[in-house]
Design a protein around this ligand. Structure first.
Ligand code: APR
Length: 250
């Protein structure tokens, strides 16, 4: 199926789901999870930075890593692919954006309340009472490998933690329910920049296909999602998505 065929499907769709992964952010310059474990952070592995135990044992190190990542995100911008996703809201009768990414690039591109399956770098909360915490004033970019003491909860005084899903933690129930509901009801799911390997998030495009939706993939590489797609648009999100939206809606 060509891009223009895929655009026809998109233009006719009643409920579109856009499901994104690290690839759409990588093109803006946001390091993927694995890239973020390079440089001075390379002496750590994910288990020693992205688990509740790691935070309990060394909160300053873990908070420092997430602050380093958050400030990197603040230095980059959404690209034309993010903007194309935001534009879809004006054309598709119903649009649900679901992302595995913890950055705020969809929001900054204008997408309204994307569903964050893995949480967000921009939603810190108290480790005990879960009270949402304000984002620290970002003054300068912390150095790689820097330890930063996390703020304290204004309600109970315990430590504030990053608002992301760590290894061994459940995905936020509300987000997972909203994502599954959209996937099972949509008639087209656009999967962009994800390897489709990490569950339960990776179940979302498969649920859409099982529920009868057409799945269109945007990715420069082949992925395990290839067999369930109606169209595989090989290429970069920043190039394919604007072309798809223009072909669909002019
Ligand atoms: N446009 C579209 N896709 C791209 C681009 C691009 N410019 N650049 C890379 N990709 C694709 C890669 O080919 C790859 O298939 O993006 C995908 C990124 O895959 P992963 O790094 O596995 O990211 P993701 O699928 O989002 O991983 C899911 O795993 O690392 C954890 O919690 C983290 O949310 C993440 C989860």
């Amino acid at each position: 199926m060509t891009l223009s065929d895929a655009a026809k499907l998109l233009a006719q769709a009643r409920h579109v789901v856009v499901f994104t992964g690290a690839g759409i952010s990588a093109e803006s310059g946001v390091p993927t999870f694995r890239d973020a474990l390079t440089g001075l952070w390379s002496r750590f592995d994910a288990q020693s930075l992205a688990t509740p135990q790691a935070f309990q044992e060394d909160p300053d190190l873990v908070w420092g890593w997430y602050e380093w990542r958050r400030r990197l995100v603040q230095q980059v911008r959404p690209h034309h692919g993010h903007l194309a996703v935001a534009r879809m809201a004006a054309w598709a009768p119903q649009l649900t954006v679901i992302t595995q990414n913890v950055d705020d690039l969809h929001e900054r591109a204008g997408s309204d309340a994307p569903v964050h399956l893995h949480g967000s770098l921009f939603a810190p909360r108290c480790v005990s009472c879960l009270h949402p915490a304000p984002l620290p004033e970002t003054v300068e970019q912390p150095g790689e490998g820097s330890r930063i003491p996390p703020p304290r909860c204004t309600l109970c005084g315990d430590l504030v933690r990053p608002g992301v899903v760590w290894f061994g933690e459940q995905l936020p129930e509300e987000a997972l329910f909203a994502a599954a509901q959209a996937a099972s009801r949509c008639d087209l799911l656009l999967t962009v920049g994800t390897s489709g390997l990490v569950y339960p998030a990776a179940e979302i495009p498969r649920l859409a296909a099982r529920s009868g939706a057409a799945v269109i993939q945007v990715n420069p590489q082949a992925t395990p999602l290839d067999p369930i797609t109606a169209a595989n648009l090989r290429g970069a999100a920043a190039e394919i998505l604007p072309a798809l939206v223009s072909a669909a809606w002019g």
